[in-house]
Design a protein around this ligand. Structure first.
Ligand code: F6P
Length: 533
């Protein structure tokens, strides 16, 4: 696939040779009182203030020139048009079709230029999901003994877990009061054991979520869950207590789930981009079909903004390019995401997969090594907890960590005094990080400042706003991948570890021994010697 080496362009040279490294937030704010009004973009219900990033007009112009040189707009249009931009897997990338309005023709584009319209399939699955979710919520769907479902256990991993788990926690305020969702991902047996320990099988529904339906962790957990259920209710009960979300009908049937109770999606939806597909089924049971519709509308609002806003006011473009500046020009290797909302506790973990599995690449689309750094290490924790743990390093450490602060005007709880305190802390942190504090007499009390942050605010954390947030970050990742010329939609880097684990598993309990290095052999030997059968 044709791709340019962005580092070899004049635009890149102009960016790198520009004065971005000399910018200081204290003087930028001092010299330009209108800065806070100008360096704000809105997308959906999000107000995004990037005035505390180390940019000025010249730096932003240089960044937009880089985006144009990299062909970011053409690549975005190719994604929405259904071109196979996931080149290494020869697939279209169409998670945006999952939330497109009814009636809009979207789908993979074939070599002769025609579009295979996926809209009817997308809406058919959404309708089936909606009906199923409402049946569980109303009690029309019952377990094998006639009892109502009280717990939904989603079994999946990676994109088949993090999205629904993150969104369920984020939207607890909107959930059915009598139906709880739990999420089991880790193959560590402690996960399924803990999740089921206090459950009544007769009131439990398992949603086995796996795009491929071959993922060893998910299948192992699903088989254990099945055995747990069958031990209590018998084989015949499986149909009332197991449903599947997958693209692989044959494997679902092989597992023993009635494919009438399978909710499909498609190869053009990447795992980490799938929370708005049938992978969101457990979330839909929790928040209802109408809540899920709002969630999708939130994505759509940001998709429409991404497609139509000029680059200079385009939130994913502006934030994506600022990420490029931070990573490649200023040399910051990590990025913190700091939600000031307890409900967004899993949001950093969700973004870790979205960003690091997408842009943790060192080979370009043309197969050549990249000549710039690519995706940052993404990490974070909700405020204010992080303030009492790692913020010391954010303020005074030798490593500068650009951070996104996320907050809301209105909480879902009645404790306004807590919320004012929470938001005061959010705002104070961005002020302290940007402007620091001079104490020449006591240098250990000095804060150098000039530590870049973006502040993302919204009126309240609703399904719509969560959709805004997720789509915003999806498109930021896209913009950065396009600049770096990498395939943000494959994940070959996870394969080798899986393959080796499959080889080592029988060696742990049997007499067989593969060919390994001395360290790996010693680890296997130690485990065998200490393993109690
Ligand atoms: O970790 C690799 C990966 O393929 C992720 O991209 C994906 O989200 C996860 O495994 C789970 O895959 P599946 O949904 O096919 O079980």
């Amino acid at each position: 696939m044709d791709v340019i080496d962005i580092a070899s362009t004049q635009e890149w040279a102009a960016l790198v040779d520009g004065h971005a490294r000399d910018l200081n937030l204290r003087s930028l704010f001092h010299d330009d009182p209108g800065r806070a009004d100008r360096y704000v973009v809105t997308a959906g219900d999000l107000r995004i203030d990037y005035s505390k990033q180390r940019v000025d007009d010249a730096t932003l112009d240089a960044l937009f020139a880089v985006a144009r040189a990299a062909g970011v707009e053409a690549r975005r249009d190719a994604m929405f048009a259904g071109d196979p931009i996931n080149a290494t897997e020869r697939r279209a990338v169409l998670h945006t079709a999952l939330r497109a309005p009814a009636g809009v023709v979207m789908g993979p584009r074939t070599t002769d230029g025609t579009t295979v319209n996926v809209e009817p399939d997308v809406h058919e699955v959404l309708e089936r999901m909606g009906k199923f979710a409402e049946r569980v919520r109303s009690g029309a769907w019952r377990g094998a003994t006639g009892k109502r479902i009280r717990t939904v256990v989603n079994i999946g991993i990676g994109g088949s877990d993090l999205g629904p788990a993150m969104a369920y926690r984020a939207l607890e305020a909107f959930r059915h009061p009598k139906i709880e969702c739990r999420f089991v991902s880790n193959v560590d047996g402690a996960a399924i054991a803990q999740a089921t320990a206090d459950l009544d099988p007769a009131r439990t529904l398992f949603v086995v979520s796996s795009k491929t339906f071959t993922t060893i962790e998910t299948l192992t957990n699903a088989h254990t869950a099945r055995a747990w259920l069958v031990a209590a209710l018998g084989e015949k009960a499986v149909g009332r207590h197991f449903v599947a979300v997958s693209t692989n009908e044959a494997e679902v049937a092989k597992f023993g789930i009635d494919t009438a109770n399978m909710f499909g999606f498609w190869e053009w939806v990447g795992g980490r981009y799938s929370v708005d597909s049938a992978i969101g089924l457990s979330l839909m049971v929790a928040i209802g079909a109408s809540g899920f519709t709002e969630f999708l509308a939130g994505f759509r609002a940001v998709d429409e903004h991404f497609v139509s806003a000029p680059l200079e006011q385009n939130a994913p473009v502006v934030l994506g390019l600022i990420g490029v500046l931070n990573r490649n020009v200023l040399g910051f290797a990590t990025k913190a995401v700091l939600p000031y909302a307890e409900e967004l506790g899993r949001f950093p973990a969700y973004l870790q997969q979205l960003d690091m599995e997408s842009n943790g690449k060192s080979v370009r689309l043309d197969g050549r090594p990249v000549s710039t750094d690519t995706g940052p290490i993404v990490w974070g924790e909700p405020g204010t907890n992080g303030q009492h743990a790692f913020y010391q390093l954010l303020h005074q450490g030798t490593e500068i960590v650009p951070a996104d602060f996320i907050g809301f005007a209105n909480p879902h709880h009645p404790h306004r005094n807590h919320h004012d305190l929470l938001v005061a802390n959010l705002i104070a942190q961005t002020e302290a990080l940007a402007f620091g504090y001079d104490r020449p007499d006591e240098p250990w009390r000095s804060f150098a400042g000039n530590r870049p942050t973006t502040t993302i605010l919204a009126p309240q954390l609703t399904p719509f706003v969560l959709g805004n947030l997720v789509a915003l970050y999806e498109h930021i990742v896209f913009v950065q991948g396009a600049v770096w010329g990498i395939d943000s939609f494959d994940q070959w880097g996870v394969e080798l570890g899986k393959e080796l684990a499959n080889r080592i598993t029988p060696e742990l309990s049997g007499d067989e021994r593969g060919v390994h290095d001395s360290s790996t052999n010693a680890l296997i030997d130690w485990y065998r010697a200490n393993r109690q059968a």
